[in-house]
Write a protein that binds this ligand. Structure first.
Ligand SMILES: [Zn+2]
Ligand SMILES: [Zn+2]
Length: 276
């Protein structure tokens, strides 16, 4: 389980990393500046959620992530979130925020509920653009709930998140012993679970020659790991190469690698928050 304080520290790290990459003139600077505002909102929203939870002490751990969606607590913040997007997002997203803000709250509830049920599972049905709003808004809550959920025993290497069934967003490689240990990070609740180095999380391919690894000069700490069997790719943020990287942010900054993969005919199973 992860404490709200740890999640809050993670948001601080994301904000600082986005600032640093913008200062270094990352090719994704515009999106990262926008992302920084989202992460700041998420951090204060998390504080709000944790504070409300303190009023109800002694609640037992949850059995599953998706069982809890307390909209009475969340909904009042949705308008604030929509205004933030309207004022800071690139044009198309700002326009969508304006349109959603004009809808009745029933539509907001339907949007948030459908993402809560399907997020990370069947996102193709919602589309990367459509899921931006519920996903960015609910992220602090999913992370908070995941932190309160008991981790079930894991026997093999699960290809979906052991807590919520969500698909992996990206991999992370951390130094361990003489090599690196790979984990997958859930696209819905952010939970991280250990994952074999030579295994496709999409189709289960295990043959090394079907699973090439590419590293571009521009991003020495980002491994592109496509699968020649299913034609999906994962990228893995290699913290053994750059210990200052913050996976969520460095994944957003690696837009050129997504374009490169698309040119080669590989797709991303689970796009990141900004749809790349
Ligand atoms: Zn999950
Ligand atoms: Zn595969």
């Amino acid at each position: 389980m992860t404490s709200p304080q740890a999640v809050s520290n993670e948001y601080d790290a994301r904000i600082r990393r986005a600032e640093k990459l913008v200062a270094e003139k990352s090719s994704a600077s515009e999106l990262l500046s926008f992302y920084k505002r989202i992460a700041s909102f998420q951090k204060s929203f998390l504080a709000h959620i944790s504070e409300a939870a303190l009023q109800q002490p002694d609640t037992p751990p949850l059995a599953s992530v998706r069982e809890a969606l307390d909209l009475t607590l969340l909904l009042p913040q949705f308008r604030t979130f929509l205004s933030l997007v309207e004022q800071n997002a690139p044009n198309a997203l700002a326009k969508a925020a304006r349109e959603i803000a004009a809808l009745p709250s029933d539509s907001w509830i339907a949007l948030l509920r459908s993402y809560w049920e399907l997020g990370g599972l069947f996102d193709q049905q919602i589309g990367a653009f459509g899921q931006f709003f519920p996903r960015a808004f609910l992220q602090p809550y999913t992370a908070y709930v995941a932190g309160r959920t008991a981790v079930p025993p894991v026997l093999a290497t699960p290809r979906v998140c052991p807590l919520c069934g969500g698909r992996p967003l990206f991999g992370v490689l951390r130094l361990e012993g003489d090599g690196g240990k790979r984990c997958m990070v859930c696209s819905f609740c952010g939970y991280e679970w250990e994952f074999r180095r030579i295994l496709c999380p999409t189709c289960g391919e295990e043959e090394e020659k079907k699973l090439p690894v590419y590293v571009a000069e521009q991003f020495p700490h980002v491994r592109m790991e496509p699968c020649d069997t299913c034609r999906f790719f994962v990228r893995t943020i290699d913290l053994t190469k750059d210990g200052h990287a913050v996976p969520v942010v460095d994944d957003l900054a690696a837009i050129p690698l997504t374009l490169w993969a698309h040119e080669l005919g590989y797709s991303r199973l689970q796009p990141n928050l900004l749809g790349t």
